[in-house]
Design a protein around this ligand. Sequence first.
Ligand code: KE4
Length: 428
Amino acid sequence: MNRSESERLFRNAQEVIPGGVNSPVRAFKGVGGSPVFFATASGPYLFDVDGNRYVDYVASWGPMIQGHGFEPVVRAIRDQAAESVGFGAPTKRETQMARKIVDTVPGIDKVRLVNSGTEATMSAIRLARGFTSRDIVIKFDGCYHGHSDALLAKAGSGVLTLGLPNSPGVPQSVTRHTLILPFNDTEAVHDAFGQYGDQVAAVILEPVAGNMGCIPPLPGFLEAVRRITSDAGALLIFDEVMTGFRVARGGAQALYGVSADLIALGKVIGGGLPVGAFGGRADVMDHIAPEGPVYQAGTLSGNPLATTAGLALLNTLDDAFYSRLAAQTKALTDGLGELARGHNIAVRINSVCGMFSLFFTSQAQVATFEDVSRCDVARYNRFFHAMLDAGVYFAPSAFESAFVSGAHTETEIELTLAAADRAFTQLN
Ligand code: KE4
């Protein structure tokens, strides 16, 4: 497949943008080769600058849950842009967006809109620390919550030693309040609270991890974390930036029946435009300025264009939509699994409604970051490029999730399975 124009544009981009991209994963460093530059998109399809068409499973990393160029969103943006793209003052639309989130996401009494998932989780952590007057935050290995300093931490030498920076520029004085535990490890959470219990402000996790590939919670894990945090007076923060309005209409809380104290949202709620949000119990949220003392702010937070786009999308996501999305996801992942078995290729496919990952491994399950690290990344990368050349665009990293949209029909599923059949042949 000819991608010479993408390669030329990438060379140009690298002259004026670090790494040629505005977010690292886009640079294809994980899979090798030169990133694809896209020109336009429609429904489940992307079209690159060389005129090649791809079935899209990145979905702008999640937001395009109804596919690209979704008419209700396009029309809403067009109409709002003609009125104003921003005032820096309250608008009715923000209240409508907040009401939609409060009415749909369990456990959210009040919500603050921000501009990214990073802002949402960073603000939720500051709020939890302010509300509890405690400093320690517990996160899990392989979970990603954006790039705020406190969360760019890696596990210390021992499981229960406090975090070390995992990026230059992050002071150790910040990450020493961050404790990193193995995901899906209830005993580790018990032990951590045994050692730090009354110092822990919050536990933050992706209820379905999506940033080490798709890793659903093991039975009982979310319930145990909920019980342990409640007993210790710590807050439970669900980072649903990826799972919110994706894995179910009420997100992972609805899917698993476990309620958090604070929930971070992003991606889908912006309809493709920059929107994040954090919300939760009113007694906690009322600690946020100007109502309370915990400071948080944003020039474009809740701006009319982004909230209009987000609302236009959210208003189309009813229960019937999620039933169809779950069915399409299952049809695709069942088909991929069957093809891999037919080619005697060992894969483990983890999936929940609307998102999934292929792990090239013979392990019986992939449930922790350690399991993920034992998977064959080189094989994923060869699979990725074989699919790309066959016109199917998966995430350019083995440590990401693939996303299905409401625009993916049986046609796209058959195209994808036919491409996978050829790709698996090339892997043998
Ligand atoms: P943003 O600041 O990128 O809007 O959101 C950060 C974030 C927070 N929480 C979760 C669960 C997330 O998945 C993300 C961002 N996800 C990545 C992809 N896995 C965004 C893609 C990128 O970094 O370019």
